[in-house]
Design a protein around this ligand. Structure first.
Ligand SMILES: *Cc1c(COP(=O)(O)O)cnc(C)c1O
Length: 401
């Protein structure tokens, strides 16, 4: 029996559950009853894996990074989710959820998005499956992430700017839930990370678990052993991290290190380091660690990375961190910028600024020379080139690029 998997009531230890308004009870219960029989059926698995292979381009390579291995005194392998169609791991999840939505007879798709990556991944599969798609996005993000808004529109999605609160990701989630309340019968809400009411955290983790399923056989083929000594991933809501660790959660030979976004520092007011800073609360349908003030008002998350800009973190990760199964590091903006430049110059791979947080974690760990380290590059950095160039001086403290 796994110590870290969801229980039958949707809890990971004290975290998780399904705290939804009464009008969504039936809808959420229907999904709780339907998701496992459907995603474990042979028909679903065949369609899902065929699309992952021919549409997404899986398996993603497990690449031995020779120069970076030398730099950090370990055997470093990069799991290349950046090479997926649409440029990140998010499409693994949206492909799975849209197949589920179709099999449940839903006709309209809604999604929330922050940086726009999940919005694009959702609009993409909606075009593929000929489904109506509406995306909620904070008005601030609509301005900041203009290119992704244009991509979503080109793909046929309708983008709704959200003007409540800080007008960012957290407000977009609230608005998507509000819309869902108005159209519970025909609408499927495609959640973008391991968050939301049960069963979403488990559903998203399972859809992303293809990452560690592949790591297992790829390591076996490359080094003759199907587990690493370390797994490293960045963590926002927690979906690429969940996928990376899924098949190793209970394997205590494997150390798990997660990198959350420290912003200016986890002990400042400008941070998104939820596991360092959060306290238990309920946000977007689940009990989790949340950055909030004494009155339970949600505090705005701050980080250079739009994809990690969320004041909560998925319940699976809250529990694993609390149990001491994962080591969570807070990586500041300047450290992430340096990590991004380092991977670019040493391996010729420009990582997403989110993934650069995971790269920066390498500096904070002490390895033995034969330690096998698998680090997930969750996305590509094309979208972040401007941010890297604009903030180049931040990396100066650590080295010269
Ligand atoms: C969205 C995103 C993340 C953060 O989301 P998780 O659910 O924590 O994985 C990380 N990296 C990239 C490239 C993203 O687009």
């Amino acid at each position: 029996m796994s110590k870290y998997q969801v229980d039958k009531n949707g809890f990971y230890g004290e975290f998780g559950g399904a705290y939804v308004p009464e009008i969504l009870y039936k809808c959420v219960h229907d999904l709780q009853d339907a998701y496992l029989p459907i995603i474990e059926s042979e028909e679903f698995k065949q369609e899902y894996h065929a699309l992952l292979k021919d549409y997404v381009g899986r398996p993603s390579p497990l690449y031995f990074a020779r120069r970076m291995s030398k730099q950090y005194g370990c055997q470093l392998y990069l799991k290349r989710e950046d090479l997926n169609h649409t440029g990140a791991h998010k499409i693994n999840n949206t492909i799975g959820q849209i197949l589920l939505a179709k099999k449940m007879g839903k006709t309209r798709i809604i999604a929330e998005t922050g940086a726009g990556q999940h919005g694009v991944a959702t609009a993409t599969v909606c075009a593929l499956m000929d489904m109506k798609c509406e995306v909620f996005m904070g008005a601030t993000d609509v301005e900041r992430q203009h290119t992704n808004v244009e991509r979503m529109k080109m793909l046929g999605a309708e983008v709704h700017p959200v003007r409540t609160g800080n007008m960012t990701l957290s407000d977009a989630c609230s608005e998507a839930i509000r819309d869902w309340c108005c159209h519970p019968a025909d609408t499927f809400y495609i959640v973008g990370s391991t968050m939301g009411p049960h069963p979403y955290p488990d559903l998203v983790a399972r859809m992303q678990s293809v990452i560690s399923e592949e790591i297992k056989w790829q390591l076996e083929a490359q080094i003759g052993r199907d587990y690493p000594d370390y797994l490293i991933a960045c963590i926002g809501g927690g979906s690429n991290a969940a996928g990376t660790i899924y098949h190793y959660m209970d394997d205590e030979r494997v150390k798990i290190v997660l990198a959350e976004a420290g912003g200016h520092g986890w002990d400042t007011d400008y941070t998104a380091a939820t596991i360092h800073r959060g306290t238990t609360g309920i946000l977007h349908g689940a009990k989790m660690l949340v950055m909030q003030d004494e009155d339970g008002q949600i505090q705005e998350a701050f980080t250079i990375s739009a994809g990690l800009d969320y004041p909560g973190v998925g319940p699976m990760h809250c529990n694993m961190a609390k149990q001491g199964r994962t080591q969570v590091l807070s990586i500041n903006d300047d450290e992430a910028i340096y990590g991004g430049y380092e991977l670019t110059r040493m391996e010729g791979i420009i990582p997403a600024i989110e993934s650069a947080h995971a790269i920066a974690a390498l500096k904070k760990l002490k390895f033995q020379p034969d330690d096998v380290v698998v680090l997930t590059v969750s996305g590509r950095g094309d979208k972040d080139v401007e941010t890297y160039l604009k903030n180049k001086q931040m990396a100066k403290e650590y080295g010269n690029f």
